[in-house]
Write a protein that binds this ligand. Structure first.
Ligand code: BT5
Length: 260
């Protein structure tokens, strides 16, 4: 990946602007700073390597050089998009899932922010907000994708198993620029349909653990268990507890685990 290959890839897409930084702490930090200083809608920060990539709650996201995709997209919501901001993670997840489908893989979305291949994590999404008073000024959508096998962290770093596109294809993966192109064009297309039932439907169809018993881990001592039913219209997760009662899990730092 370099300026020239990215220029070629990105010229085919209607994005706001882009910055390529070969090695960076976190693309989200650069994008948050750029958003605060007036970046246009759909501006992109992309790196070959992250030295301080992060997940939710300051967890570490591993991005060694030459092997992964790590980028952040800045969104400036229009009035018509504002009522649907909670669906943004679904837009991002579906665009990654579609790019994997195009490679003949069978992705699943582990609500809220992981993409699984063969039950293992291949990509993660971290959304951060720039506020202007009580209004959302912009959103930064950070996406990390394990493309080559060497981008998968050592097992001792992980609570949940991980894989890469290369591992799951069992052969040389496509160039990272090609996957980037597919994710970005999918993102642009899904965002146009963010208000539609199609988005919720497609997102629901891709959910991992649907119909299965999971534990919802939210950091509290008491983990809730329930069977994954589907999504509410704002994108929150609908489960059914053991008494058949419906419960909703809203966004936040929540992780799903298959129940033992
Ligand atoms: C995420 O958090 O999954 C969000 C990851 C977002 C990364 C992108 S890369 C571009 C942008 N810039 C950033 O600095 N971040 C974004 P979470 O659900 O909290 O998962 C984090 C956990 O995933 C860690 O605690 C590890 O256990 C595991 N992990 C770390 N690196 C991984 C990798 N490359 N593949 C699979 N799992 C990983």
């Amino acid at each position: 990946m370099n300026e020239t290959s990215l220029k070629k890839t990105l010229s085919k897409l209607n994005i706001g602007g882009w910055r390529y930084i070969p090695s960076i702490g976190s693309t989200n930090d650069e994008a948050l700073a750029w958003a605060a200083s007036g970046a246009k809608d759909l501006s992109l920060v992309i790196a070959d390597e992250q030295t301080q990539g992060r997940g939710r709650l300051g967890r570490t996201w591993f991005t060694p050089k030459d092997s992964a995709l790590a980028f952040s997209l800045i969104l400036r919501p229009t009035e018509s998009l504002r009522p649907h901001l909670s669906r943004t993670v679904g837009v991002a997840a579906l665009s990654i899932a579609d790019a994997c489908l195009k490679q003949g893989l069978a992705p699943q979305i582990k609500w809220p922010n992981d993409i699984l291949l063969n039950g293992k994590k291949t990509a993660g999404i971290l959304i951060e907000t720039v506020w202007s008073g009580e209004d959302v000024d912009s959103l930064v959508i950070g996406i990390g994708v394990n493309v080559r096998a060497v981008s998968v962290p050592p097992a001792e770093m992980l609570k949940f198993p991980a894989t890469s596109i290369e591992d799951e294809l069992g052969k040389e993966p496509p160039a990272r620029e090609e996957i980037l192109h597919d994710i970005l064009s999918g993102f642009i297309a899904w965002r146009e349909r963010v208000a539609s039932d199609d988005l919720i439907h497609a997102w629901e169809q891709s959910l991992a653990f649907r119909g299965e018993l999971v534990q919802v881990q939210d950091g509290s001592a008491l983990n809730r268990g329930g069977i994954v039913q589907g999504l509410e219209s704002d994108g929150s997760l609908r489960l059914e507890d053991e008494d058949g009662k419906s419960m909703t899990v809203r966004f936040g730092d929540v992780s799903l685990r298959p129940a033992a």
